[in-house]
Design a protein. Structure first.
Length: 170
């Protein structure tokens, strides 16, 4: 099996991952709080902000490890040789990556919403709520990754799901 050249994020340290993902969660939680509730004015508002940041951290930090699962666990099993640019092989990689993102996103969002509900309402999601939460997480992570993270990586000239650079797989 060929050794794959992976992106720098695929081998970064825990410290580097935290320095990237925690601020992202703080920004997401802050924007969500401002849009939903306005500027926090009292303890309940700050509690809501903290709950949103904690929920976002499931996606930002956990999403990094979902991507690593794909890059280190799935990709080496579907890429068996250095490949020429081939659209059918690209679709196989994209489908596999989306499947990993969907499963990972569902699990992470269940964790994120569980954290949010524990902080805000001292309860876990009800069993009837889980399918909708899982669907939101699955679709959410696919959209975030495809249209957010990987578009930005492409614009910065880095390897992404949309293209590869210098033999590196994104």
């Amino acid at each position: 099996m060929a050794r794959l050249a992976l992106t720098p994020a695929a081998t970064e340290s825990l410290r580097a991952t935290l320095l990237r993902t925690v601020p992202m969660a703080v920004i997401i939680g802050s924007v969500a709080t401002l849009l939903l509730r306005g500027m926090p004015a009292h303890a309940g508002d700050w509690k809501g902000w903290l709950a949103r940041v904690a929920a976002a951290l499931w996606i930002t930090f956990g999403g990094h490890y979902v991507e690593l699962l794909y890059l280190h666990g799935v990709l080496p099993r579907i890429v068996t040789e250095p490949e020429p640019e081939n659209i059918s092989r690209w679709f196989v990689r994209l489908a596999a990556r989306c499947a990993v993102w969907a499963i990972g996103g569902a699990a992470l969002w269940i964790g994120g919403m569980s954290t949010y509900l524990l902080i805000m309402k001292s309860r876990l999601p009800l069993p009837a709520e889980l399918p909708a939460i899982a669907l939101q997480g699955a679709l959410g992570l696919i959209i975030i990754e495809l249209l957010g993270v990987h578009v930005i990586m492409t614009m910065r000239g880095r390897p992404s799901v949309w293209q590869r650079h210098d033999g590196q797989w994104g």
